[in-house]
Design a protein around this ligand. Structure first.
Ligand code: NAD
Length: 502
């Protein structure tokens, strides 16, 4: 049985022994260990270590910081298989998918290696007589990241490489469902030469989140998770004077115009709908099929879904693993009956899927549900609008581009979306008219590269700043403008007038 602890001031810490949570192997449903749940005092210890470490790290030269980041990048790359195996064992996703999230996270580390360039300010000579102006960006101090279960490596890596490169000290509160990756990352930071206290991990639940949101020494909070908690984190954190970016849930639509290549569409819908068992905030969960292609497209999707290999994450043949917990599997599965009650047609029932090494998904130990396809889902029904966050692909039939666009824009969320078409003019119109933060044109999961910023609109983001890219650098720094004047001997003496430029 493993026991997952905190990482405070460069060492493992037991913390308060009174509170722990169970960890599971989602493929078998068995308890695999326990994770510590931090008390407020444990959070205080991590923040105190960060406060103590901050001044020296802030004053470390940009080249020194970049060198630590380069070493961290190499160590993470060398340990990527170990990291992916830890993720699979607790999250359930297949090994190749876990490797993929590490690779995408590493792109942010690579971006942050360019911090000497990213923190360059501006300089204007001679803004007034013998007066120069220049801008600089400085770190905030101690910043916190609170992250979800579905990307235990990548989502923290959206945050901490940039926060640390900017000169902050970072406290990570990962999901209590798959916490082990955070400790490997902490160890590798230490090996890379990051001073103790600059990166700490507190494992935990609401108690630790609340303490981070209230702690007077935490200057900023980055959050990624579900919409109700994102809203709560944003409101509570800002009420305590913090800068907050809180990314929430999603329900992403793929709008398919009749001129699209339907084989490409079917491949893309199945990949984006069922990769990581649909537990991705950028998963495609609704296909909007514009008449008259619906029947043909559904047939192509079903043909592909029937060939998906569902099995344990550590089996190289598996394409899709189990869901993260039993309660989550049950919640996702409940939408199969609800969908039918609401008028949809269940064309592939994931409860009947055969799991490698087991039997039917619904009868196999572990948190299994196979890929499910619901056709003719009524627009506006709960099956259509709720974030299900599992392997359930809904097909909503629409009569036109305009109707499809309206369905998307009427939605609560605005994280990602995609249009599939061969008509460049329609695609261009879509990117202009759709109220969503990240758009794919014939790309089903349009996750921006590290040097752009990731984030949605509407209830998918609370706060103004998206993560990573230049918005990430801005989030983790404050601007200053310096106006300097070096006098020559003819400065003219006292002048009580308001400073104007001449
Ligand atoms: P979650 O909201 O349950 O948990 C996220 C974090 O909040 C965890 O660290 C958790 O411990 C903490 N938390 C949970 N309940 C809390 C409470 N009552 N008070 C304070 N803190 C609390 O989300 P999850 O189930 O771990 O992750 C899945 C969700 O994350 C989905 O909604 C998904 O769309 C979303 N997500 C969004 C993005 C994005 O970029 N927008 C990316 C990944 C995941």
């Amino acid at each position: 049985m493993k026991s997952v602890k905190h990482w405070i001031n460069g060492a493992l810490a037991d913390g308060d022994p009174a509170r722990t949570a169970e960890l599971y192997n989602p493929a078998t449903g068995e308890v695999s260990g326990h994770v510590a749940l931090a008390s407020a005092a444990d959070v205080d210890a991590a923040v105190a270590a960060a406060v103590a470490a901050f001044p020296a790290w802030r004053d470390a030269s940009l080249t020194k910081r970049a060198q630590v980041l380069f070493r961290f990048r190499e160590l993470m790359y060398a340990h990527r298989d170990e990291l992916a195996a830890l993720i699979s064992s607790e999250h359930g996703k297949v090994h190749s998918d876990a490797l993929g999230e590490v690779a995408r996270g590493l792109e942010v580390v690579e971006f942050a290696c360019g911090i000497p360039h990213l923190l360059k300010g501006g300089y204007s000579e001679g803004v007034s007589t013998r007066v120069d102006s220049y801008s600089i960006r400085q770190p905030l101090g101690v910043v916190a990241g609170i992250t979800p279960f579905n990307f235990p490596a990548m989502v923290p890596m959206w945050m901490y490489p940039i926060a640390i490169a900017c000169g902050n000290a970072f406290v990570l509160k990962p999901s209590e469902k798959d916490p082990s990756a955070s400790l490997l990352m902490a160890r590798l930071w230490q090996e890379a030469g990051l001073p103790d206290g600059v990166f700490s991990v507190v494992q935990g639940d609401k108690v630790s989140v609340d303490r981070l949101l209230e702690h007077p020494d935490v200057r900023a909070v980055s959050f990624v998770g579900s919409t109700p908690i994102a809203r709560y984190v944003y409101e509570t954190g800002t009420a305590h004077g913090k800068r907050v970016q809180a990314l929430g849930g999603a329900k992403n639509h793929m709008l398919v115009l009749p001129d699209a290549d339907l084989d490409l569409v079917a491949d893309s819908a199945v990949s984006a709908g069922f990769g990581s068992a649909g537990e991705r905030c950028m998963a495609i969960s609704v296909v909007l099929a514009v008449d008259p292609i619906g029947d043909e497209l559904v047939q192509k999707i079903v043909e592909r879904v029937e060939h998906l290999v569902v099995g344990p994450g550590d089996d190289p043949a598996s394409q899709m693993g189990p869901l993260v917990t039993g309660p989550h599997r049950d919640k996702v599965a409940s939408y199969l009956d609800l969908g039918v009650e609401e008028g949809a047609k269940l064309v592939v029932d994931g409860r009947e899927t055969t799991v490698t090494g087991g039997g039917k998904a619904s009868e196999t130990a572990g948190f299994w549900l196979g890929p499910t396809v619901l056709d003719h889902v009524p627009a506006g029904s709960r099956t259509h609008t709720d974030e299900i966050f599992g392997p359930v692909l809904s097909i909503v039939r629409v009569s036109s581009y305009e109707e499809g666009l309206k369905v998307i824009n009427d939605g609560l969320y605005g994280n990602g979306t995609a249009i599939f078409t061969n008509d460049g003019g329609a695609a261009r119109r879509f990117q202009n008219e759709v109220e969503v933060g990240m758009i794919g044109i014939n790309v089903p999961i349009p996750v921006p590269m590290a040097f752009y910023s990731f984030g949605g609109w509407k209830s998918s983001l609370f706060g103004d700043t998206h993560v990573h890219g230049t918005e990430g650098v801005h989030f983790y720094t404050r601007g200053k403008v310096v106006t300097s004047r070096w006098l020559d001997p003819s400065h003219g003496g006292v002048n009580l007038g308001f400073p104007t430029n001449g």
